[in-house]
Design a protein. Structure first.
Ligand SMILES: Cc1cc2nc3c(=O)[nH]c(=O)nc-3n(C[C@H](O)[C@H](O)[C@H](O)COP(=O)(O)OP(=O)(O)OC[C@H]3O[C@@H](n4cnc5c(N)ncnc54)[C@H](O)[C@@H]3O)c2cc1C
Length: 297
């Protein structure tokens, strides 16, 4: 069977090639998901459109008052080794740092992690709590932006449709007195994917004893990464006491909808959510108070 391979040098050319393919061609960034899926016949396509020769798509920047700009093809390792990411966006740093292995992170991109649309994609919960926006070319070649929490349409599906192309992910600068954190649980300590993950971002009032704003997101416990909205309602405008954080954990556990599979039962994943939500909230509050510390790359 014929299999096409393209190396476009502009966005217009890449989008044209994807549109011509009408769903039969797929973008290729690092290839750590798509190449394996094609080999296992878990994905089907008749051609790959390599994005790596398109100028600017692997660029990232972090500016005071400008937030974090991540080109879709930016390798995770570039962000993992940046002090500005570890210090300013610790939940994203904590998520990237646990993806696969160092060799994998040298080629795996943040954009590929989102576009693969796995419910367990590690960068999704932090990007959701950080209020990130995904900018993309749609099926018709027009440019659109959506909050990352609206990017996913189901397991393996996103708003990109058949021929869309993710361009960048943009994370706004955090407000003062804000902290964020990510944790995941994997059954094995060696390379594995999450069976549950959680991220939280908390903004405290100027006296730093009440939660003014909060976002909580969960991974691997529903068909897509989700916001834990009921848990957020329970902690907003409250003092972050251990009891309040426990209530949020219980609410998140009720809201998620995990599956039973070979890697963990639904009941086990729910219990993990309860524990992970309490932990990430506690660490986010500590960071918002300025006494949680962040790790260095
Ligand atoms: C051994 C191993 C361990 C792993 N561990 C983890 C882990 O711990 N956590 C985790 O989250 N993931 C893990 N993964 C999955 C994978 O490495 C990540 O999802 C990675 O970020 C994918 O990025 P990529 O650049 O390789 O994407 P690719 O494989 O190139 O692409 C992934 C999908 O996205 C599409 N795509 C890529 N870029 C774009 C774009 N700009 N616009 C539109 N569509 C696009 C592709 O067509 C494909 O469908 C692991 C994979 C392996 C092989």
């Amino acid at each position: 069977m014929r299999f096409d391979y393209f190396e476009p040098t502009s966005l217009d050319e890449a989008c044209g090639l994807l549109r011509e393919g009408a769903g039969a061609r797929k973008p290729l960034a690092g290839g750590t998901d798509i190449v394996i899926q094609l080999r296992r016949r878990a994905a089907q396509c008749q051609g790959l459109v390599n994005l790596k020769r398109i100028p600017g798509l692997a660029d990232w920047s972090c500016a005071r008052d400008g937030g974090l700009h991540i080109g879709a093809c930016t390798p995770m390792r570039d962000l993992e080794t940046a002090a500005a990411v570890a210090g300013g966006y610790p939940s994203l740093f904590e998520a990237i740092r646990v993806v696969g292995s160092l060799q994998l992170r040298n080629i795996a991109s943040v954009g590929g992690n989102l576009c693969n649309a796995s419910p367990s994609a590690d960068t999704a919960p932090p990007l959701m709590v950080l209020g990130a926006t995904a900018s993309f070319r749609n099926d018709d070649g027009g440019q659109e932006s959506v909050p990352v929490e609206d990017f996913f349409a189901g397991p393996g599906a996103s708003v990109l449709g058949n021929a869309g192309l993710l361009l960048s992910v943009d994370v706004p600068e955090p407000a003062p007195h804000t902290g964020d954190a990510f944790e995941r649980f994997t059954p094995r300590s060696a390379m594995d994917i999450a069976i549950a993950s959680a991220a939280a971002r908390v903004t405290l009032d100027p006296d730093r004893d009440h939660i003014e704003a909060v976002r909580i997101a969960l991974g691997a416990v529903a068909p897509t990464p989700i916001r834990a909205l009921r848990a957020e309602d329970l902690v907003r405008e409250k003092e972050p006491t251990p009891e309040v954080l426990q209530q949020a954990g219980a609410a998140a556990m009720e809201q998620c909808n995990p599956i039973d599979d070979i890697r963990g039962t639904a009941a086990y994943r729910k219990e993990l959510v309860r524990i992970l939500v309490v932990r990430v909230l506690r660490r986010a509050v500590e960071r918002a108070r300025g006494d949680g510390g962040t790790e260095t790359p």
